[in-house]
Write a protein that binds this ligand. Structure first.
Ligand SMILES: C[S@@+](CC[C@H](N)C(=O)[O-])C[C@H]1O[C@@H](n2cnc3c(N)ncnc32)[C@H](O)[C@@H]1O
Length: 227
């Protein structure tokens, strides 16, 4: 049975409302381009964007010298990426990447891990397709201030409710303007998230946070360990 793609139902809203919410940002309401620049860095060759959605980060990856191609579960999201010519895409499940083993020098995953019920499995797939020394950049919801339990109604005083340790899927959210209340989200506490990189054979190299005054995003640069 095909894996359900909850983003099909919100793809048009994501492209025309969510992504355009803050025109001062660099194409994404969270303004994540600087993290890609810093953590991915310049390079050449194919770069797989896992959960590329509408393909909004492709230009940034391309500007670094890489050749982006995207994979996503949602035909609705990919339709926007394709019709706007943002990057070549394939519909598929990140838990079973349709990519040969040990072929890529770069892969990125931006704001996707909370959408995936088994992110550790996705990281094992990333490790499988990367060549030794290949780079993987993860940019995701900050595990410590995740919207399922962290209430950002007052940006100057984030209220962290119980829920951090639960690791549960939830649609609970402090806002009706985001993604979580529409498609739900999972959560991995910080040790589980970092441990999954290590268990997959990905060597943690650098970390970054983004968002002020309290971070919204936590990012990791990891490298496929030599076998
Ligand atoms: C919040 S959107 C992020 C899209 C894009 N990376 C961005 O930053 O705008 C999450 C994306 O992950 C995709 N996704 C969720 N589970 C997936 C899976 N198992 N395999 C591939 N893509 C998946 C969704 O369809 C959706 O497009």
């Amino acid at each position: 049975m095909p894996t359900p793609a909850p983003y099909d139902a919100v793809a048009d809203w994501y492209e025309t409302e969510f992504l355009t919410r803050d025109p001062s940002s660099d194409g994404h309401p969270l303004g994540l381009g600087h993290l890609l620049d810093d953590l991915l860095g310049p390079g050449t060759g194919p770069c797989l964007e896992i959960g590329c959605g509408t393909g909004v980060h492709a230009d940034r990856v391309r500007a670094l010298g890489w050749t982006p191609f995207g994979l996503d579960l949602s035909h609705g999201m990919l339709r926007h990426a394709h019709t706007r010519g943002r990057l070549p895409v394939v519909c598929g499940d990140a838990a079973r990447l349709p990519v040969a083993s040990v072929v890529l020098l770069a892969a990125v995953a931006v704001m996707v891990h909370t959408d995936m019920p088994d992110y550790p499995r996705v990281l094992r797939e990333v490790a499988r397709v990367l060549r030794p020394g290949g780079v993987f950049v993860h940019i995701g919801v900050h595990p410590c201030f995740c919207g399922g339990f962290a209430d950002r109604s007052d940006p100057d005083a984030i209220l962290v409710r119980p829920g951090y340790l639960d690791g549960a899927w939830t649609r609970k959210s402090w806002t009706a303007q985001g993604v979580r209340d529409k498609v739900g989200a999972t959560h991995l506490p910080l040790p589980a998230l970092l441990g999954a990189f290590v268990d997959a054979g990905l060597r943690l190299e650098r970390f970054a946070e983004s968002g002020s005054p309290t971070p919204i995003v936590f990012a990791v640069r990891a490298v496929r360990a030599r076998r």
